[in-house]
Design a protein around this ligand. Structure first.
Ligand code: AMP
Length: 282
């Protein structure tokens, strides 16, 4: 498996491949890989001649320095998880200075307000950081297809918007959420939970499923109250937000309209660990 640590050498290598009409899939990650990430890699490997997996904990998308510091990192384990894909894979692990040659700043983006909903409200500058790093990575790799998980549904919609706004040719592929046996959405941050917290965190997906079951029979106000109640018994969990939103605009909905697709979104703190999840309500 080829590993590059500098964008310049990766670009040179990929240019050669592109001249030979090789199709390139791209899976951006922040490492601490789990089966959610690997499902994206599998799909890309099946769809393309070569897949580039980037592993880069992007500082500009963290609004909280302690979250950045505590973000799990284990490059050796990541490489061993990717090893089975071997000849179909290129791993890109750049340094911060190689990615941010002109200083650690993000550009400012406008995505028709998608960036100001939910995660955008609660993590200031988060999507500027995400869009900045994904733009840089797209420029370096210039993939035919790029794979993003529905786990970060708002991010996925923002990347789609960014590509449309820039007229970029890359096609964005959605991948379904991969879950633990108890329903908890897989996340690198789960590593920071204790065994008990990991078990209790099952309530997040259980609640989302309950909302989905009741979505057609109950109104949104009732469902919002129900979710708040479900978390009350858990002293170590704080519900940061729960919203039922239009899947396209990501605007919070107070009532249901025909012909719109809705999705429920949730962010919960368990101890100091922030987890997000979502579910389609159709
Ligand atoms: P991250 O390393 O958290 O930046 O995630 C890298 C990519 O993997 C993003 O497109 C995520 O949406 C995706 N991803 C993370 N967790 C999951 C999961 N449980 N299921 C599917 N995709 C995921």
């Amino acid at each position: 498996m080829l590993t590059f640590t500098e964008k310049e050498s990766l670009m040179r290598y990929l240019k050669n491949l592109k001249n030979q009409q090789v199709s390139i899939g791209f899976v951006p990650t922040m490492g601490a890989l789990h089966n959610g990430h690997l499902s994206l890699v599998q799909k890309s490997v099946a769809d393309n001649d070569i897949t580039v997996v980037s592993i880069f904990v992007n500082p500009t998308q963290f609004d909280n320095p302690s979250d950045l510091e505590k973000y799990p990192r284990d490059l050796e384990k990541d490489i061993s998880l990717l090893e089975p894909f071997n000849s179909k894979l290129i791993v890109f692990t750049p340094s911060i200075s190689n990615m941010y040659e002109n200083g650690l700043t993000s550009d400012t983006y406008f995505f028709d307000n998608l960036e100001n909903e939910m995660e955008g409200k609660h993590r200031k500058g988060h999507f500027d950081g995400v869009a900045t790093v994904v733009s840089k990575l797209f420029e370096i790799i210039n993939p035919n297809k790029a794979y993003f998980g529905e786990k970060d549904f708002q991010q996925l919609q923002i990347i789609r918007k960014m590509v449309a706004q820039n007229g970029q040719k890359v096609s964005i592929v959605n991948c379904p959420i991969v879950r633990e046996d108890n329903g908890l959405a897989m996340s690198s941050r789960n590593e920071r939970l204790s065994t008990k917290e990991r078990e209790e965190a099952a309530i997040i997906y259980q609640t989302l499923k309950e909302v989905k079951e009741k979505f057609h029979s109950e109104n949104i106000e009732t469902l919002n109250k129900l979710v708040t109640e479900r978390f009350l018994p858990y002293a170590n969990m704080q519900l940061e937000y729960f919203e039922i939103a239009d899947e396209e605009t990501l605007k919070s909905a107070n009532s249901k309209e025909a012909n719109k697709k809705y999705r429920a979104f949730i962010a919960v703190f368990i101890g100091g660990v922030r987890l997000i999840d979502n579910i389609a309500l159709y």
